[in-house]
Design a protein around this ligand. Structure first.
Ligand code: AMP
Length: 503
């Protein structure tokens, strides 16, 4: 089926329900939104002569038009290529050219940035866009379930971004998993898009169109802690997706806002440390849910739902909070060694996934696709282990593994320990080549206060908590960790910095 059918259904069945809002103000209701989608789809096909399967870029920060443009693409049988609005001009050009987008929706200064990379640019605040809405709605295009719907560019922490081809079937399975595994309790009334809609927040818009719930776009168009607390008060049963760094910012922002309206904060996309989960549970109650996914299996590998988060009397509560939960219902998860042989519970290996949400491959990258989708399984490039009860714990990216004296050291384990020390606000652990050991562990630490933390104190703390060989040999105290636009720490940059220390 075409997932844009959900929009038509919502428009017919719930025409008066609030659909799009900025801040506390409703802009469109579902009846009107569905009609706008049909009209935009008409213009894309008849005015701009796009044909089913063509690619359409979205170079937009979060905005009220985002949802209607995504659905207009699908309604017309086109493929959306959402691009993170915070990327550099060169990165925009790369993605738009690589994806062979025929047309791109843009706004404000992004319109001129994308101009050279694509033949047709439509400024969503300009006349062309308004004219597109002056047409008649197009009937819903028929698609095959395997037809691409979203070309999802990976965040490229380890190289150039690649476009994961996600089909209508993949996105539908992802949305079903949202209800069955991630955010299980009804009602689903409002979703706040504070994280980039080109990524997780936009993907979860699909589940919320299925429920005809209201999409709330913050006036700031981004993640502003004070504004988020205001919107929590304004909207009923509000959910939002946030990277762990955003959850931390929310917790660091002193506010006595009553969060009774808050339904769920869904976090994922990067490691959330147990200390922060505990702080979140204390502030918001059992309203946290976690997902582990990647562009290649969007939002859908494992989940740790809010009930498990809240079950503080469970004997392994902390271990569970340190995990990423159990496999979501559309996928199977396996831990394998280098030869793809399955490993037993407790053993660490690469996380493999197969099931309904796994991409068909990367756009125009046959070699990378074959390498990633070997033997019928998606190779995530993440290390982890499953416990006896099926809970998965991540150990970091395979590329970040440190091998010291022939023994594997997983950065995540050391980061978890150091974060327990009160002097440590943030930490990232990398390996540095060493003549004697092959590699030694280096910890980049953002101290909790301006006063310099003592590396001897942290060393003693590690000796008391982990095997001696795992402890960092060097500490680097920094003001901030390098992060990409999704808030993921760029260990590649830290490794380059570390090389400079050696010179
Ligand atoms: P992307 O494809 O850009 O969304 O990046 C996906 C990667 O982010 C995964 O392969 C993991 O390394 C990481 N990631 C996603 N979710 C989590 C999570 N809940 N905890 C830790 N890391 C995560």
């Amino acid at each position: 089926m075409n997932i844009a059918a959900h929009m038509l259904r919502a428009g017919r069945a719930y025409p008066e329900r609030a659909a799009i809002a900025t801040g506390a103000r409703v802009l469109f209701r579902y009846g009107e939104l569905a009609e706008r989608v049909g009209k935009l789809a008409h213009a894309l096909r008849r005015q701009f002569n796009l044909v089913p399967g063509d690619h359409v870029g979205l170079a937009l920060s979060n905005c009220p038009e985002y949802v209607e443009i995504l659905y207009a693409c699908w309604h017309a049988g086109l493929v959306a290529v959402p691009v993170n609005a915070k990327l550099h001009a060169n990165e925009f050009a790369f993605i738009l050219k690589d994806s062979e987008a025929r047309l791109c929706f843009a706004a404000d200064e992004l319109s001129s940035i994308v101009g050279d990379a694509v033949q047709t640019t439509i400024d969503v605040n300009g006349n062309d866009y308004a004219q597109m809405l002056g047409t008649e709605p197009l009937p819903l295009s028929a698609v095959n379930p395997e037809d691409p719907a979203w070309l999802f560019y990976t965040s490229g922490t380890t190289g150039q971004p690649k476009g994961a081809v996600l089909s209508h079937r993949n996105l539908l399975a992802m949305a079903w998993c949202y209800f069955s595994d991630v955010d299980q309790q009804s009602p689903w009334l409002s979703i706040l898009h504070a994280a980039p809609m080109s990524h997780g927040s936009g993907l979860y818009a699909i589940a919320h169109v299925m429920q005809a719930s209201c999409h709330v776009i913050p006036e700031s168009r981004g993640f502003d802690a004070a504004e988020i607390y205001e919107l929590i008060e304004a909207w009923p049963a509000l959910v939002f997706f946030a990277a762990p760094t955003m959850v931390k910012r929310l917790l660091d922002h002193a506010s006595d806002t009553d969060t009774v309206n808050l339904k769920t904060i869904i976090y994922g996309g990067g490691p959330m440390y147990v200390e922060d989960s505990l702080a979140g549970l204390e502030r918001f109650g059992p309203k946290l849910a976690q997902l582990y996914g990647q562009g290649e299996s969007p939002m859908t590998i494992t989940a740790l739902n809010s009930r498990i988060h809240g079950k503080s009397d469970h004997p392994r509560w902390h271990e569970r909070l340190a995990s990423v939960g159990i496999p979501q219902s559309a996928v199977e998860v396996r831990i394998a060694n280098k030869d793809d042989e399955p490993l037993a519970s407790g053993e660490i290996g690469e996380i493999l996934v197969r099931g309904e949400t796994v991409m068909s491959g990367y756009w125009c990258r046959p070699a990378a696709s074959a390498e990633t989708l070997r033997n019928g399984w998606l190779h995530t490039g993440d290390f982890g282990c499953l416990d006896e009860e099926g809970f998965l714990t991540l150990k970091g990216r395979t590329k970040d593994l440190i091998i010291s004296g022939g023994t594997n050291i997983y950065p995540r384990e050391i980061e978890e320990i150091l974060l327990k020390h009160p002097d440590v606000a943030e930490v990232s652990v990398i390996g540095r080549t060493d003549r004697e050991w092959g590699e030694v562990v280096v910890a980049y630490v953002v101290p909790q206060s301006a006063e310099q933390t003592d590396s001897d104190v942290l060393d003693r703390f590690c000796i008391d908590n982990i095997a001696r060989f795992k402890r960092p040999r060097h500490y680097r105290f920094v003001d901030a960790l390098p992060k990409n636009n999704y808030g993921k720490v760029l260990k590649t940059e830290l490794r380059l910095t570390e090389q400079r220390y050696r010179q």
